[in-house]
Write a protein that binds this ligand. Sequence first.
Ligand SMILES: Nc1ncnc2c1ncn2[C@@H]1O[C@H](COP(=O)(O)OP(=O)(O)OP(=O)(O)O)[C@@H](O)[C@H]1O
Length: 229
Amino acid sequence: MIEVKGVEKRYGLKKILKGVSFTANKGEITCLIGINGVGKTTILKAIMALTPFQKGQILIDGKPIDKHSFEKITFIPDSLTMLPNMTINEAMEFMKDFYTCWNQKRANELLGFFRLDPSNRISSLSKGNTAKVNLLLGLALDVDYVLMDEPFSGIDLFSREEIANVFTSHLIENRGVIITTHEIGDIEHLLDKVVLLDDGLVTKEFSAEEAREKEGKSVIDVMREVYQK
Ligand SMILES: Nc1ncnc2c1ncn2[C@@H]1O[C@H](COP(=O)(O)OP(=O)(O)OP(=O)(O)O)[C@@H](O)[C@H]1O
């Protein structure tokens, strides 16, 4: 389980996170939702220990985050960070050399799943295929938790559907996923937990299934209730 406890984060004088707390379980998809600039990416970076925070604590499976946390967790940013003149194959080789937890079998499966040609250069890929390569490079790591920042951003409906399909496949297995997205409609049915953020705080943390089954509400219904008050 990932536990975010009372995290406060300032950039200069600007307080972005004012005591954010929530949990994300293994085997579940947790979605962070909030308007642009609320601090979703900052939370993911804090979990990865990529940005320092002033107060609070983040635990992964009961242990505070440290330099070894990357053996358990990976961060898939909203853009691909590989050199544009690399082929997909070369990008995979790079990851393989860098990470001991690289799983070539899963990488090959992901290539097939996304119908990617490994000889293609990163610079020649469409936006949708670039997003898929980005996901492939993260999901091919044998880690328990995957953080994904806006995996659907700026890509067409069909690519979004293909990416959404990965969430119900064995390629995610029973890992814990934290995702940020503005494209709720595409993945609403896949979400286990939703964390709504506003003004530096969690305003609501709820089970998507319970909202659906007990209250007959979609995630978007709950968002309207919370944000349009
Ligand atoms: N390195 C930085 N230095 C100063 N301010 C920053 C830095 N990184 C982010 N910020 C500011 O912190 C706030 C939160 O940024 P963050 O990227 O976490 O928001 P977000 O919710 O992910 O936004 P979006 O939905 O647009 O991706 C924004 O106001 C942003 O301008």
